[in-house]
Design a protein around this ligand. Structure first.
Ligand code: GLP
Length: 256
């Protein structure tokens, strides 16, 4: 990895450090350099991880670096943001399976130290409480990776979610189900509900990196950076966090 050769442009706002990259590959490489740096500096770091297509390149970079440079995840704990409700953990569309296939099976992480909320238990309130308590027990999240939905969702916190929320069950917005139907045979197969870390659970992270790629995210990124801080646009809560870095490609940042 030679990130010093990557063409990147820094934009300073009062609120976020924004790193604008040429393309998706560079976004992934620069983000990987930061996260890997954190793991090297704190080998037992707690990483908050996200799913979706945006962080896939980042996970590929982790795997490449692990193989080439031997960065170890043996002592790292991970906490995932969310999971669909009612999808078996072994379903190809579950985030449990996504994480194993895209990352965990290819690095030296102890699977016991990886956490994805369980969308199959009958007592969801107990599961949400257990998840929150576990995050506390392992010391809280050092570095949280986020993507962003077109409607400003982070994790699966859809518009209208309270900024005080902790892990909870949520009904997915129709637009989210439509966007995610690309992974399923039809929209009817997309679960209607999910369990997600809340906005407050995300805000408790010591540091946050938000990734965005492609013109489809440009409006959301504009609202994130310049819009109102409002529960109608969940990601806007991040404006109240002390340490958020946005790493995004120029298409996603074309309105900024
Ligand atoms: C998904 C996930 C989010 C993700 C977002 C964007 O539904 N729950 O964590 O950030 O939507 O996904 P993508 O990266 O595929 O655009």
């Amino acid at each position: 990895m030679k990130p010093n050769k990557i063409n990147q442009q820094r934009v300073n706002t009062m609120l976020f450090e924004i790193i604008r990259t040429e393309n998706y590959e560079d976004m992934s490489k620069i983000a990987a350099k930061r996260v890997i740096g954190k793991v090297q500096q704190k080998p037992d770091a707690v990483l908050g991880l996200a799913t979706g297509s945006t962080p896939e390149g980042l996970y590929k970079e982790f795997i490449k670096d692990h193989k080439e440079n031997g960065t170890s995840y043996e002592k790292v704990n991970t906490v995932n943001l969310d999971e669909y409700m009612g999808l078996d953990r072994n379903d190809k569309n579950s985030y449990f399976t996504f994480m194993r296939e895209k990352l965990f099976n290819h690095i030296d992480i102890d699977l016991e130290n990886t956490n994805v909320p369980n969308g199959m238990v009958s007592d969801m309130e107990a599961e949400a409480k257990r998840y929150e308590e576990h995050i506390k027990e392992i010391g809280g999240i050092d570095l949280q990776i986020l993507g962003i939905g077109h409607n400003g969702h982070i994790g699966f916190n859809e518009p209208g979610t309270s900024f005080d929320s902790r892990t909870h069950v949520i009904e997915l917005a129709e637009s989210t189900r439509e966007a995610n139907s690309r992974y399923f045979h039809s929209i009817d197969e997309v679960p209607t509900h999910a369990i997600t870390m809340g906005i407050q659970s995300i805000m408790d992270s010591k540091e946050i990196i938000l990734l965005a790629s492609g013109a489809g995210k440009a409006e959301a990124m504009k609202k994130l950076v310049y819009g109102e801080i409002t529960e109608d646009f969940p990601a806007s809560a991040l404006r109240l966090h002390k340490k958020v870095t946005i790493i995004a490609d120029k298409d996603a940042l074309q309105l900024i």
